[in-house]
Each structure stands twice: as structure tokens, then as C-alpha cells.
Design a protein around this ligand. Structure first.
Ligand code: UDP
Length: 314
């Protein structure tokens, strides 16, 4: 049995990873300061003997008793609305939090996996984005706190790998959705689904011609687990290459929910990337033919079910 620490384990992606690692037979230590994570996401895991929750902010020194085989560093606000609300904490968790958890990985001789992001490419001038593209980021814009924190985190991971021989992995995560996203986290998937289910207008920012590609959480988790067990140290894109405009996405949500909501336009946030689509050839090659399997219709269907049920709880 191997023992894994997941920071941000009570968040959207973190909680799905906790579940998957428990299912794979691991012992899981879930660490979260609950700024954007929630106990609701993990309370069904408390009955597992192999699961331990520790409320802790990883920007402070991290101490874990006993051995650790791997550390998955997923702690960070990840929605533009969240990181604008917590700009300094976003910088600190990417900087200090990554430093502390890398130090722990070195001490425990654990494998370290960093949750990085497609935001390292900024508003990309290369399309689709390949891992060798260095990006187009505005360091001093409002999104800079997240983009630069993750770029710095990647640099620190590579430095620990080169200087100390720490075994490291970096996943660049593209837009991902599914159950346990927060209804009010401000991202397009929960916003549109919530608006469609409650008969409110869908708020398309700008003209809606900007593109994104949406990956269902189970596909992402499978890619991350394969990366953890692979021997690939350089960053790997994980996401769904099915690109669409935000306008097309709004129409898909109306179709899949059967909603009669109208579509309205609101101002485009500063530095909102115009295009985004992962090139996943590297992932396919080094992760045993991994590719997304869940279609948008199926994934959105499951996510709508989750939001309908959480609406009933509210
Ligand atoms: N967006 C939108 N309406 C919303 C929320 C977001 O049109 O209510 C747009 C946003 O401007 C961006 C895209 O949807 O172009 C994806 O935004 P999200 O916040 O989900 O994540 P991002 O990909 O920007 O990190």
C-alpha cells in the first residue's frame, strides 16, 4: 500500500483524486485550508480507514508523520473569480506552498506531482498549445497572480528535480468540469448550468467568440494517475481538444438542459484568453494512449444532475 498526500484535497479536482487513489488501494492524507475547498466534497470519505483529513494552509511549514510515497500539489484557488478575490494567497500557495511541499517530498523521498495549468500559456499566440510553447502572459494584469504563481511553481519543481534529483511530474490542466464544482465559483460551466436551470439569462462575456475546450473530470483524473506512474518529468498537457466558442457552449447548455433562458452579453474580463485548445499528442504518446472518452453531452448531463441535486439541498 502506498501513502499519498494531496494538497487542496477538499477541492473539486482534489476530492476526485482522493476518491480515485483510495479506490486504487492507497492511503490518502488530504490537506486543505478550506478557502475554496469544502468538507462537503470529502465527507463521504471519512468512513474510510485509509483516509485522513488535515486542515492546514500549505503556505506554512508542512509536517507529516511517517513515510510518504507521493505528493500531489493541488492547493490553489483556480477560478478567475477566486484568484481575483484572493490574489496574494494565490501567489503564496504557488510560491511558498510549492516550496514547502517540495521540501517535504525531498525529505520523504516522495514523488511530487504539480497541478499546473493552461494559464501558463496566457493568451496564446500558438494554437493549439504544445508543451514547448513558452506562453504570452501579462505578469501585472489581474490574472498574473495565478499565471505567474504557476509558472514560478513549474520553475521550482524543475529546480528541485535538477538540483536534488527529486522525482517530479507537472500536469498542465486545461478547462475541466464535473460534479463538485462550486455553483458560485464564477466559471463558465457552473454559471451557465445554474443560469439555465433557474431560468436566468446566460451571461456570455464579450462577443462569445473566444474558445475553450472542456474536459470531463474522470478523463482528467485518469490522465493524472497515468502521469504520476509514468517516468515523464517535463510538463504534459491534459485536457479535451474538442474546442468550441463560448457562444456555442451556451447553446449546448440550453439544448442539454432544455432551458428557455435567453443569452445576454457582459463585458469581457481583462486578459481573457481568446483561444485555448490543448495539443495532447505528448499525453497520448507517453501515457499509454490516454485520451478523453467522455463526450460533452454525457459529461454535461452528469454535471447537470449534480447541480439539480445540490439545488434541492440549498
Ligand atoms: N465566461 C462567460 N460567462 C460566464 C463565465 C465565463 O462568457 O458567466 C467566459 C470567460 O470570459 C472565458 C470562458 O467563459 O472566456 C471560460 O471562463 P472560465 O472562468 O470558466 O475559465 P477560464 O478558461 O477563463 O480560466
Amino acid at each position: 500500500m502506498s501513502r499519498t498526500l494531496i494538497t487542496g484535497g477538499a477541492g473539486f479536482l482534489g476530492s476526485h483524486l482522493c476518491e480515485r487513489l483510495l479506490a486504487d488501494g492507497h492511503e490518502v492524507i488530504c490537506m486543505d485550508n478550506l478557502i475554496t475547498g469544502s468538507i462537503d466534497n470529502i465527507e463521504h470519505l471519512f468512513r474510510e480507514e485509509r483516509f485522513l483529513f488535515v486542515k492546514h494552509d500549505v503556505t506554512n511549514y508542512v509536517m507529516i508523520e511517517g513515510p510518504l510515497d507521493s505528493i500531489l500539489h493541488f492547493a490553489s484557488p483556480a477560478s478567475p473569480v477566486d484568484y481575483l478575490e484572493h490574489p496574494i494567497h494565490t501567489l503564496k500557495v504557488g510560491g511558498l506552498g510549492t516550496h514547502n511541499t517540495l521540501g517535504l517530498a525531498m525529505k520523504k523521498r516522495a514523488r511530487f506531482l504539480l497541478a499546473s495549468t493552461s494559464e501558463v500559456y496566457g493568451d496564446p499566440l500558438v494554437h493549439p498549445q504544445t508543451e514547448n510553447y513558452w506562453g504570452n502572459v501579462n505578469p501585472i494584469g489581474p490574472r498574473g497572480v495565478y499565471d505567474e504563481a504557476k509558472r514560478y511553481a513549474e520553475a521550482m519543481v524543475m529546480a528541485y528535480h535538477r538540483a536534488h534529483g527529486t522525482e517530479t511530474r507537472i500536469v498542465r490542466i486545461f478547462n475541466t468540469y464535473g460534479p463538485r464544482m462550486r455553483l458560485h465559483d464564477g466559471r463558465v460551466v457552473p454559471n451557465f448550468i445554474h443560469q439555465a436551470l433557474t431560468g436566468q439569462p446566460l451571461t456570455v462575456y464579450g462577443d462569445g467568440n473566444q474558445t475553450r475546450s472542456f474536459c470531463y473530470v474522470d478523463d482528467l483524473v485518469e490522465g493524472i494517475i497515468r502521469l504520476l506512474h509514468s517516468d515523464h518529468t517535463d510538463p504534459v498537457n491534459i485536457g479535451n481538444p474538442a474546442e468550441m466558442t463560448i457562444m456555442q457552449f451556451a447553446e449546448a447548455i440550453l439544448r442539454l438542459t432544455g432551458s428557455k433562458s435567453e443569452i445576454v452579453h457582459e463585458p469581457l474580463p481583462v486578459d481573457d484568453p481568446q483561444t485555448r485548445q490543448p495539443d495532447i499528442s505528448l499525453a497520448k504518446r507517453v501515457l499509454g494512449g490516454w485520451e478523453p472518452r467522455v463526450s460533452l453531452d454525457e459529461g454535461i448531463g452528469r454535471t447537470v444532475e449534480y447541480f439539480r441535486a445540490s439545488g434541492r439541498r440549498e
